[in-house]
Design a protein around this ligand. Structure first.
Ligand SMILES: NC(=O)c1ccc[n+]([C@@H]2O[C@H](COP(=O)([O-])OP(=O)(O)OC[C@H]3O[C@@H](n4cnc5c(N)ncnc54)[C@H](O)[C@@H]3O)[C@@H](O)[C@H]2O)c1
Length: 315
């Protein structure tokens, strides 16, 4: 039986956006982190990323780091295999590579260490079954930006036992995040199912010429998004009354997009290399917009909202 009380050393595999942010979160919460990367040069450069993240957290977010936390930068996976009480996969979103990684952590599974994966969409059940750690594994879906977003979806695979779910939820809480249990390993878990239902409809409205991208975004930002930090969709439905929900759904649902494949609007834009910020154009022309200013404003807004939610006891 696993227990969060026996978890002190956290092995983190992968030093991209997720791995670096997770390492900082565990270190600031007093854990000893063994941060592993295959590539020595990259491991050297992540030290600066980690230091910058820590400074940013000190200046903007807090709380102060707990004593005793440290990060050891490791180039040998064997160190994690020998020592880690919990191992976290933060490597590329590729099933075969994740299986290979977990299979290499043979001592961890023999010792009964807990395994978690940050996959955004791969089957956690398949990963566990192919990696000989199915009874020790749960999914932990962090949100971007991972150093700020307060919630982690904890996903039960078809094989995850109760003690592993309980332990992982306690660990998530111990790093200052809110765990939410997802009882079935379904694509998109909870958050991405909700988000992509919204995105599908936004894409559909652009495709159908119903409104301009700016106006669709403006409606989202300045209407329902404003109440969402306090009121979720199901609470909102209870507020308006389910009889009214029925009246609206009776005429509205049949006109919403129910496309089962990636929509033509997305295919067309990809063909034209309109990939978004990275290619200079997507739904918007980014040659005339400041993407980094937008991301900075997003982060500042998240910090303000988190502070407000904490002050009012909602977090
Ligand atoms: N970035 C996000 O916003 C986000 C959000 C939720 C979930 N995730 C998931 O978290 C995981 C990591 O995402 P990320 O954004 O940090 O990716 P990333 O590309 O920034 O980083 C991945 C890191 O893993 C390393 N890597 C890749 N394959 C490896 C292997 N086989 N062995 C060892 N190291 C390897 C890469 O060199 C890189 O340093 C993915 O599964 C992703 O789907 C990411």
């Amino acid at each position: 039986m696993v227990s969060s009380e026996s978890i002190h050393k956290i092995g983190i595999c992968g030093i991209g956006q997720m791995g670096a942010a997770a390492a900082v979160a565990f270190q600031r919460s007093g854990y000893e982190v063994l941060l592993w990367a295959r590539n020595v040069d990259k491991l050297e450069s992540v030290k600066e990323t980690v230091a910058n993240l820590n400074t940013w957290m000190d200046e903007h977010v807090g709380p102060k780091p707990k004593e005793g936390g440290q990060i050891r930068f490791e180039t040998e996976l064997a160190c994690l295999d020998e020592e880690a009480d919990l191992v976290m996969d933060c490597i590329a979103e590729d099933m075969d590579q994740k299986v290979e990684l977990f299979l290499a952590l043979e001592q961890c599974s023999k010792r009964g260490a807990v395994f978690i994966t940050t996959t955004s969409g791969l089957s956690i059940t398949e990963l566990g079954r192919r990696s000989n750690c199915k009874n020790l594994l749960a999914g932990t879906h962090f949100w971007n930006p991972p150093h700020l977003m307060p919630l982690v979806e904890v996903i039960r695979s078809e094989d995850t036992p109760d003690d592993v779910m309980d332990c992982v939820c306690e660990i998530v809480e111990s790093i200052g995040k809110v765990p939410v249990r997802v009882n079935r390993d379904v694509p998109g878990f909870i958050g991405n199912r909700l988000l992509h239902a919204l995105w599908r409809e936004a894409i559909y409205m652009v495709q159908e010429g119903i409104a301009e991208p700016e106006d669709i975004d403006k409606v989202a930002r300045l209407t329902f998004a404003l109440r969402m930090p306090v009121m979720g969709p199901l609470e909102n439905m209870d507020l308006v009354g389910l009889d009214l929900v029925k009246t609206i759904h009776d005429y509205l649902l049949e006109s919403l997009s129910d496309e089962k494949q990636t929509q033509p609007e997305i295919h067309d834009r990809i063909e034209k290399n309109q990939l978004g910020i990275k290619s200079g154009k997507g739904f918007y022309d980014w040659s005339t917009r400041d993407a980094s200013e937008l991301v900075a404003r997003r982060d500042a807004q998240i910090v303000r909202q988190l502070n407000d939610l904490r002050d009012t006891g909602a977090l």
